[in-house]
Design a protein around this ligand. Structure first.
Ligand SMILES: [Fe+2]
Length: 291
């Protein structure tokens, strides 16, 4: 079973509304190499695990659980970047939502009431078909490494498209975590006998510390850490420990439990979207009298 902690894994700073960059970030949410994909992929690999190699199953469960929080983080970031992009007047005759016509994703406004969608950056719906779960552990691990490396490559491309603070903060955090996850899957394969050249990973081939927001996370060692994301026993550290499979002089650090986390932003009602729909109808007054 799963429990939820009402925190985000990283802080989302206040930033200007930016529907174009918000739409670009949809690729990280619902794209072929986005967070929904890796969350579901690792979940199914965890649930379908066979055999007695428990440390591998524990590693899968840990990262799968973390990825739920990544989906959460990206959704909130998109919502924060959409907030303020229309006029929050409750006069529907005053073209309060005309800016939606200039957005690359009108569905953010028209379908979702100014919110994230389970789609990629060009509007393709998320597909379960993206998920790779072969039932063959080494193959699954190779595919997981490809998924993290491709995700990281795309996020480094995205980073260069906008300097919106919320956009970059979330990308920087995810780049650092993808880096750790590339190491996790590479280390898991290394224990099976794979020998990595120092030049192959992490992908992209690039000094991540050149991105100032990523550098801050690296100074906290976030790119070498993995939480178990469970309150029960975990054998994850049998894999995620010792020397990093790539990156000289780096040591992998397994940590019990979960990170402290940051407050979840609370977005206001959006009368121009009739969202949440409670204020205008007076339902909110009735509810507040009862609770
Ligand atoms: Fe992730």
């Amino acid at each position: 079973m799963f429990i939820s902690i009402e925190k985000l894994q990283n802080e989302i700073p206040q930033s200007n509304p930016d529907p174009k960059a918000a739409n670009a970030l949809q690729e990280v949410l619902g794209g072929k190499f986005g967070e929904m994909r890796v969350m579901m992929q690792y979940m199914f690999q965890t649930f379908n695990f066979r055999g007695t190699a428990k440390p591998y199953q524990d590693l899968l469960r840990s990262i799968a659980s973390e990825e739920i929080g990544h989906v959460e983080l990206v959704s909130y970031t998109i919502n924060m970047m959409l907030e303020g992009s229309t006029n929050s007047s409750d006069d529907p005759t005053s073209l309060t939502m005309s800016s939606a016509l200039d957005s690359p994703n009108i569905h953010h406004f028209l379908v979702a009431g100014q919110s994230s969608r389970p789609v990629d950056a060009v509007g393709n719906p998320f597909l379960g078909e993206y998920i790779y779960d072969s039932g063959h552990l080494p193959l699954d691990l190779i595919y997981n490494l490809i998924a993290e490396a491709t995700g990281s490559l795309q996020m480094c491309r995205l980073y260069q498209m906008s300097d919106n603070k919320a956009f970059r903060a979330t990308l920087a955090f995810l780049i650092a975590r993808d880096h750790a996850h590339q190491k996790a899957w590479a280390k898991a394969l290394e224990l099976m006998g794979v020998k990595w050249s120092d030049q192959i990973f992490a992908i992209p081939h690039f000094d991540f510390s050149k991105l100032p927001e990523v550098k801050e996370h690296m100074e906290r060692n976030l790119h070498n850490q993995q939480w178990t994301f469970t309150n029960g026993p975990s054998q994850m550290s049998k894999i995620f420990s010792g020397e990093s499979p790539f990156g000289k002089d780096q040591t992998l650090e397994a940590i019990d439990g979960f990170p402290v986390g940051f407050s979840i932003p609370q977005l206001p009602e959006a009368p121009q979207e009739f969202s949440s729909g409670l204020l205008q109808s007076g339902i909110m007054d009735k509810i507040s009298q009862k609770i």
